[in-house]
Ligand binder design. Sequence first.
Ligand code: NI
Length: 169
Amino acid sequence: MAVLPIRLFPDPVLHTQAQEVTDIDGALQKFIDDMADTMYKAPGLGLAANQVGDLHRVIVFDVAQREGKPELMVILNPRITAADGEIIHNEGCLSVRDFSAEVRRSARVCVEGLDRHGKPLTLTAEGLMAVVLQHEIDHLNGLLFLDRLSRLKRSLYLRRLKKRAEAGG
Ligand code: NI
C-alpha cells in the first residue's frame, strides 16, 4: 500500500475522460488499495483515478470515516442511472487547493457499476453520499467542481491562483 501523489488543477489529466476498466487483476487491487491510502491520508471523502494520474474509471469514497467508523466504498465503471431532487453543498476537492464553493447537484442518485472484484452493484444514495458520488463520477468524465461554477466564481479562483504563481508560491 502506498500514498500516491495527487494531481492538482490545472493538470490536464484532470480534464481527460477516463476509460472503462476491463482487467480486474492483482495490479488493479493494489491500485485500489493505494487510492484508498491516498484518500484517507489526505484526508478526503473520495478520490477518482484521474486525481492520481490514472485514466481508468475507478472511484473510492468513504462518507462514514467522519463518524469514526470508516467504510471504504469502491466502484468500477460507475454510472448514474437515475437522479432527482436538488441539493446545494459546499464542495472542495483534493485537486483544487484552498478553495471551496457551493455546487448545485441532484439530491438523490442511483449508481450502477462493479465492485472491486467485478461483481455488479447498484447503490442508491442521498445527501452527502449523493454529492460525493456525483463529484467523483464527474472526475472520471474530466470535470472538476470548478467547471460547474458560474464564470464569475471560477474566474475569482483562477485569478487567485495566478497571483499566487506570480508570487512564486
Ligand atoms: Ni475532487
